[in-house]
Design a protein around this ligand. Structure first.
Ligand code: FPP
Length: 233
C-alpha cells in the first residue's frame, strides 16, 4: 500500500463542457476552473502533498480561437496578481515548465516576479505547465545533449537517465506519484511523457470546475489503495 503521494499532477479537463452545459461561454468554465485550482492547492497544503503540477495550457491550445486564448492568458495574469502574496505567506514555491517565451510578455513578467518572490519557499512546489508539450520537452532535451556531444563537451556513452532528466524542464522535480484527470477521458494528452512512466492514474468523470476538496481527497485515498511495483514483483 502507498502513503500520501509526494507529487500530484493534474490534467484539468472539462472546463468547456461544464460551461456549455450551463449555457455559458467557455471562458466562464476556465474562470470556474481557477477556483478548483485554489481548492487543490489548499488540499495539498493540508495533506502534505509536496509537489503539485498542473497542465494549464498545452502547446496545442494555441490553436483555439483568439478570444479563448486571450481570456486564458488574462486569467493567468489575474491569478498571479491575486495569489502572489498568498503563495509567499503559505510557503508555496512557484515553478513553470513549457515554452514560456511563447506567452504574452506580461504573463512572462508576472511569472518571473512570482517565482522570484517565492524562491525560498519549500512547503509546496507548485508547477504550472504553460505552452507545454511532453514531446517538445523531450526533443529540446535531446537537441541540447546532441549539441554538447557534437561540441565534444559530452561523451554520448555517458548519457544516463539522470543526465537526460537533468535537461528536462522538470529537472529537480521528482516524477509524479499520482496523475488525476477530470472529465472521464482516458488520455495522457502529451503531458509529462517521460515523467509519468510509473505514475498511478486516477480518472474521474467530474468536469474540472466541479472538482472539489472531497474529490481530491478521494483521489488520494484511491492512490493509497494501489500497490506500486515499478515493474518488479
Ligand atoms: C481544459 O478544458 C482546460 C484548459 C485547456 C485550461 C485550464 C485552465 C484553467 C483551469 C484556468 C486558467 C489557469 C490558471 C493557471 C489560472 P477544456 O477547455 O479543454 O474542456 P473541454 O474538453 O470540455 O472543452
Amino acid at each position: 500500500m502507498s502513503s500520501t503521494p509526494k507529487h500530484v499532477a493534474i490534467i484539468m479537463d472539462g472546463n468547456g463542457r461544464w460551461a456549455q452545459q450551463r449555457g455559458l461561454p467557455r471562458l466562464a468554465g476556465h474562470e470556474a476552473g481557477s477556483k478548483s485550482i485554489e481548492r487543490c492547492v489548499q488540499a495539498c497544503l493540508d495533506t502534505g502533498v509536496q509537489y503539485l503540477t498542473l497542465y494549464a495550457f498545452s502547446s496545442e491550445n494555441w490553436k483555439r480561437p483568439a478570444l479563448e486564448v486571450n481570456g486564458l492568458m488574462l486569467l493567468l495574469e489575474n491569478f498571479l496578481n491575486q495569489k502572489r502574496d498568498e503563495m509567499v505567506r503559505e510557503g508555496i514555491r512557484l515553478h513553470h515548465i513549457g515554452r514560456i517565451h511563447e506567452l504574452p510578455s506580461v504573463c512572462q513578467r508576472k511569472l518571473r516576479e512570482a517565482m522570484e518572490a517565492t524562491a525560498s519557499n519549500t512547503k509546496l512546489h507548485f508547477t504550472l505547465a504553460l505552452s507545454y508539450s511532453g514531446r517538445t520537452e523531450i526533443l529540446d532535451a535531446v537537441q541540447s545533449l546532441a549539441c554538447d556531444a557534437a561540441a565534444g563537451k559530452l561523451d554520448p556513452n555517458a548519457i544516463t537517465a539522470e543526465v537526460f532528466e537533468s535537461r528536462l524542464n522538470t529537472a529537480g522535480i521528482p516524477d509524479p506519484d499520482l496523475l488525476i484527470r477530470t472529465s472521464g477521458e482516458m488520455r495522457i494528452s502529451n503531458f509529462l511523457l517521460w515523467q509519468l512512466s510509473y505514475t498511478e492514474i486516477h480518472v474521474t468523470k467530474k468536469f474540472w470546475p466541479e472538482f472539489d476538496r472531497e474529490d481530491f481527497l478521494a483521489a488520494l485515498e484511491d492512490y493509497k489503495s494501489r500497490s506500486r511495483r515499478f515493474g518488479g514483483v
